[in-house]
Design a protein around this ligand. Structure first.
Ligand code: APR
Ligand code: PHB
Length: 395
């Protein structure tokens, strides 16, 4: 067995783990990141793509926004559609802020490159990772691979290993309470080689189901269709996908999405989930390991960044001033923001999707609510301020 020592052992090299490692480095705190998959896999995984105003600020202050500022697309609003009729929600006018469209895998590429150029210890292809003794004073992470075992001794463990990771699962039963809601649908998402033909995202409520028009760059569009929860992607040939997108996204002014070669397709399941608290002894959960939101509000990556920002601040306070108060309140501070993002994501999801088992009365109410958002400045402002991101203490 080979032993290593570091101040913070981080499980998972997604946005949460990588950003935490970088922020800790800026505070002069050492970390080792242990990732199950390869670097290429992490950099190629297509996920979310909308950064809140404060997430961009965080990346900028941390010296990570050079490419983002060059290539990220600034969006000053979104459009909501109801059966082909669109209304624009202007973030700029209602909140003075904007969001930035920049793929999660681009953020991950930037973070990996920066950690490596700063001499960071990122270990990919770790395979079997396990966490131990986090209720004592010296937690350990073990990595078993090809018959060898490495042991990383640390002061703290950060479980940043996503929803399917081992950190949350390793906590003793009863340590956490889970709050969960599932949805009777999923999203079929595609990445297409087609120049965006709209400037902003279009969220369309359609009687056949929700559709979203999004983008990644001046030459790549990202589109989603509401589909069944166990949808078989093999049943969705390219022609069927485009035909359904054309039906759901077609607008009364004749606009419909430009088609192009489909580069990637996949099904994303929809779930709302929170594990409380985000701490057990010297192990802290952050990002998708602790909570999942349905993607309709575009909050996933932003929540992960907010968590690790607070965690890095709390760890810095501990190492600088021997003050553990920040660590003790990490969970409760994060949960306030997490539940607000849960509320918003559920609300956006309920507003825009077709719920197969809704009564005729429920459907009428849903349309009334959507029309209310599309016509009331007050409700549109509530949407806008949540979408661009609620204030993050310190920014
Ligand atoms: N050991 C080591 N690494 C693991 C393990 C494990 N047992 N299990 C999972 N991982 C890795 C995954 O391979 C992944 O690279 O942990 C990482 C977790 O990354 P994400 O799932 O991207 O989670 P997070 O960093 O919290 O980022 C949240 O991801 O799902 C999106 O919408 C979400 O955008 C949000 C963001
Ligand atoms: C995306 O571009 O992937 C995207 C955009 C907005 C969402 C969800 C996903 O709400």
């Amino acid at each position: 067995m080979t032993r290593f020592e570091t101040q913070v052992g981080i499980v998972g090299a997604g946005p949460a783990g990588l950003m935490l490692s970088h922020l800790l480095h800026l505070h002069g705190i050492s970390s080792i990141v242990l990732e199950a998959k390869s670097r290429a896999y992490c950099e190629a995984r297509v996920r979310a793509g909308v950064l809140e105003y404060t997430s961009v600020e965080m990346l900028r202050v941390a010296g990570l926004a050079e490419r983002l500022e060059r290539e990220g697309l600034r969006h000053h609003g979104i459009e909501l559609g109801l059966n082909g009729v669109r209304t624009r929600i202007s973030f700029l006018e209602l909140t003075g802020k904007h969001v930035t469209v920049y793929g999660q895998q681009e953020v991950v590429k930037d973070l990996i490159a920066r950690r490596l150029s700063d001499g960071g210890d990122l270990r990919f292809d770790c395979g079997d990772v396990s966490v131990h003794e986090f209720n004592g004073s010296m937690p350990k992470i073990r990595v078993r691979k090809d018959g060898n075992e490495d042991e990383i001794c640390c002061d703290y463990i950060a479980g940043c290993d996503g929803f399917h990771g081992i950190s949350r699962e390793s906590l003793p039963s009863g340590a956490l309470t889970f709050y969960e809601r599932s949805y009777p649908f999923a999203w079929l998402g595609i990445l297409a080689e087609a120049a965006p033909s709209r400037d902003e995202l279009l969220y369309m409520h359609h009687e056949r189901g929700f559709a979203l028009y999004s983008m990644r760059s001046p030459s790549i569009t990202r589109l989603y269709l509401q589909c069944g929860p166990d949808e078989d992607i093999m049943q969705w040939g390219d022609d069927r996908i485009w035909s359904e997108l054309n039906i759901r996204l077609a607008c009364e002014d004749g606009w419909h999405p430009t088609q192009g070669k489909i580069l990637q397709k996949g099904v994303t399941c929809m779930r709302s989930f929170v594990a409380e608290p985000l701490q057990c002894g010297r192990l802290f959960l952050a990002g998708d390991a602790a909570h999942i939101v349905p993607p309709t509000g575009a909050k996933g990556m932003n929540l992960a960044f907010a968590d690790v920002y607070y965690l890095a601040e709390a760890l810095s306070r501990f190492y600088r001033e021997s003050d553990a108060n920040g660590l003790d309140s990490y969970s409760s501070i994060c949960l306030q923001r997490i539940w607000k993002a849960q509320r918003f994501s559920l609300w956006m999801t309920s507003l825009l999707h077709r719920f197969e088992h809704d009564s005729a009365f429920d459907r009428k109410l849903q349309i009334a609510e959507l029309e209310y958002v599309m016509t009331s400045r007050a409700v549109a402002t509530a949407l806008a301020e949540n979408y661009v991101g609620l204030p993050l203490h310190g920014f």
